[in-house]
Write a protein that binds this ligand. Structure first.
Ligand SMILES: [Zn+2]
Length: 154
């Protein structure tokens, strides 16, 4: 019994610990899905989790073709990304977009393609740490990384 109480307390504490990122209750279980993705980031990579919690204060959902940011501290997740129903993909979105927010704040002089390239490098490093990642996630990040690298002006 005491063990069960301890487990419940631990669970409540772990829920509270990323409570600073506000996720709207949009129905369809999206809030709990994004919360699971935040927990996955936390379990997978402490650096990515620190960057996420330091730079993102809230999440929004939108009918945009791609997920994006609304600086200074909002991550906009596209409905298209939510419909992949991949918690790994949403974790990657959070990791990638929070790096944009970080760069926006700390390196505002960056060329947009270089900013995109660096965000994909950060996402790639995160994917490599996942216990399991879908092939399409890997292919996408590598393709985008190479594409944006090719656009960077010398
Ligand atoms: Zn990006």
């Amino acid at each position: 019994m005491r063990y069960a109480v301890a487990v419940v307390f631990f669970f409540l504490f772990s829920l509270q610990s990323h409570g600073q990122i506000k996720v709207p209750d949009a129905g369809d279980g999206w809030k709990s899905f994004v919360d699971s993705a935040i927990s996955l980031v936390k379990e997978t990579d402490s650096t990515s989790y620190a960057l996420l919690t330091q730079n993102c204060k809230d999440v929004e959902f939108a009918l945009t073709p791609y997920s994006t940011t609304r600086p200074p501290s909002t991550i906009v997740i596209s409905v298209r990304d939510m419909r992949t129903q991949s918690v790994n993909n949403i974790a990657c979105v959070l990791v990638h977009e929070s790096y944009h927010l970080y760069l926006h704040k700390n390196r505002p002089e960056l060329d947009p393609d270089e900013e995109e390239y660096l965000s994909y490098v950060h996402e790639y490093n995160f994917i490599c740490k996942l216990r399991y990642a879908e092939d399409w996630l890997f292919k996408n990040v590598i393709n985008m990384l190479l594409y944006h690298k090719s656009l960077i002006k010398d």
